[in-house]
Design a protein around this ligand. Structure first.
Ligand code: UDP
Ligand code: MG
Length: 325
């Protein structure tokens, strides 16, 4: 009898919360509601998740009608709930806010972008794989809808990260399923500079992958222009690796050795009476070394800046209101 009860409670259908970060997503939001509601309904009808499951839209300080739309949908359709952040905290902050809210009582959490670029139908496969895995990564099987530049730069980025020893799942964005214990482990990482793609694999636990084809954005515009993309990549590298600092050290040592070699060489030349017409070589070395010093200083400054923002321990997000319960 007791065994039977245990088995029943182990097999109970999980509560799923789908977390959707939204920043100025007004143009696409009504379609997103419709698509995700249908999928969550299907999952509930098939008893893959229980009927307390919810969609959780996180308004990341949008300047358009995103929050009024989420609020209105909540009143019409109880499956939809929302969290409103006090200002724009960025994609990663919005995801953390959603996961923190949902992890109070959800057993499974999926994060997906609001623009429907990641195929929401993959959520069904993710849920079925979650029986044997704590983390199910959505992996893009094709990125033909991204521009060649985005594909090329993403490829370069994964290579650099790999070379720096950071484990990442290539072609996986922030579309994944996590169990409650995986989310709790993730949230226990205290860093302020959040880079979920690097942090999630550090959680460990059994994981699985689900492939899907990446679609073009359904409406609205990308919130990641080149400038933001570069700074995201730079943050990813400097939050996860101190290899750049070591490279700078090696570079410095190499330059000092070359410098000493040159000094010895020019001293010998002078002793032998050769006149060194040194103006150009002097100028070149001043500029080259000056440049290298600036790069080194700014790289070290970047790390000091990171340390500065970590020690301040400011909140990673601030919730203004929510309609989760
Ligand atoms: N996003 C956010 N806060 C931001 C920027 C973006 O919550 O400051 C959300 C955005 O609404 C979307 C997701 O993050 O749901 C990914 O953004 P986007 O689609 O613009 O990026 P891309 O797919 O072009 O890399
Ligand atoms: Mg997108």
């Amino acid at each position: 009898m007791a065994e039977q009860v245990l088995e029943l409670s182990e097999k109970r259908t999980p509560k799923l919360v789908i977390v959707v970060p939204c920043y100025n997503e007004e143009p696409v939001l009504s379609k997103t509601f419709q698509v995700l509601e249908t999928i969550l309904n299907d999952l509930m009808v098939n008893r893959m998740v229980n009927d307390t499951s919810r969609l959780l839209f996180v308004d990341d300080g949008s300047k358009d009608a995103t929050w009024p739309m989420i609020d209105a949908e909540h009143h019409q359709q109880p499956l939809v709930t929302g969290v409103k952040l006090s200002r724009n905290f960025g994609h990663q902050g919005a995801l953390l806010a959603g996961l923190t809210t949902a992890s109070q009582d959800a057993d499974l959490m999926v994060t997906i972008d609001a623009d429907l670029q990641d195929d929401p139908h993959a959520i069904i496969e993710m849920v079925s794989k979650s029986e044997n895995a704590d983390i199910v990564y959505g992996v893009r099987s094709s990125r033909t809808t991204d521009t060649w530049f985005k594909r090329w730069s993403a490829g370069q980025f994964y290579q650099v990260m790999h070379a720096l020893g950071v484990e990442m799942i290539p072609n996986s964005a922030d579309f994944r399923l996590m169990s409650k214990r995986a989310v709790q482990a993730l949230l226990s990482m205290p860093e302020r500079n959040v880079f979920l793609r690097g942090m999630v694999p550090l959680v460990g636990f059994p994981s699985a992958e689900v492939e899907y084809a990446r679609q073009p954005r359904q409406a609205g515009t990308s919130k990641y222009p080149l400038r933001k993309m570069l700074s995201f990549a730079f943050d990813g590298i400097t939050s996860f690796s101190t290899v750049p600092i070591r490279l700078i050290m090696n570079l410095g040592i190499m330059i000092v050795i070359i410098g000493i070699g040159l000094l010895v060489y020019s001293l010998i030349q002078q002793m032998m009476g050769h006149v060194v017409a040194g103006w150009s070589s002097l100028m070149i070395s001043i500029w080259v070394i000056g440049g290298i010093q600036l790069i080194c200083l700014s790289t070290i400054g970047e790390y000091i800046g990171k340390i500065f923002s970590e020690v301040k321990r400011r909140p990673r997000f601030i919730i203004e209101t929510d309609t989760y319960h």
